[in-house]
Design a protein around this ligand. Structure first.
Ligand SMILES: [Zn+2]
Ligand SMILES: [Zn+2]
Length: 143
């Protein structure tokens, strides 16, 4: 069963395992993409007949508390969930709406710089969003 290693990851974090927790974690981890709760629900509803959107929300909260999933609120966009640690910057394309990430090293340096300059303030949560035009859209527009 493919869900096996996802169940293990949950157990390692002390999360009580259920089929929907393992499946939702797997969907996020395998795609590496940003999902709204609605999109998670649409992706799994055929495999877990009868599952409700509210259950998906609750499951995402549990995965978040376990540190497996991060949520981000993007400006003018929905709340999105992804299988990544908290606190990474987002690049949002104003043309296609695509969400991407800068290189992890660039994100790390950004947070380090801010942490060093915050006068002892302990940053626990930070949402950084850069808006602009992605490379693909810039190319399509003729550079
Ligand atoms: Zn992200
Ligand atoms: Zn774009």
């Amino acid at each position: 069963m493919v869900e096996g290693r996802y169940l293990e990851a949950l157990q390692e974090r002390g999360v009580r395992t259920t089929p929907q927790r393992a499946l939702i974690w797997r969907v996020l981890a395998e795609s590496g993409d940003h999902f709204t709760a609605q999109r998670v629900w649409e992706t799994i509803k055929d495999r877990l007949p009868g599952i409700e959107l509210s259950t998906v929300y609750r499951t995402l909260e549990v995965l978040q508390e376990a540190g497996l999933v991060a949520d981000s609120r993007l400006p003018e966009g929905p709340r999105v969930f992804e299988a990544r640690p908290k606190m990474h910057p987002h690049l949002v394309c104003e043309v296609c709406g695509g969400i991407s990430h800068p290189e992890p090293e660039a994100g790390r340096r950004l947070f380090e710089t801010l942490g060093a300059g915050s006068g002892g303030f302990e940053i626990r949560e930070l949402h950084v969003v850069a808006k602009g035009v992605c490379a693909g859209c810039a190319e399509e527009a003729g550079g």
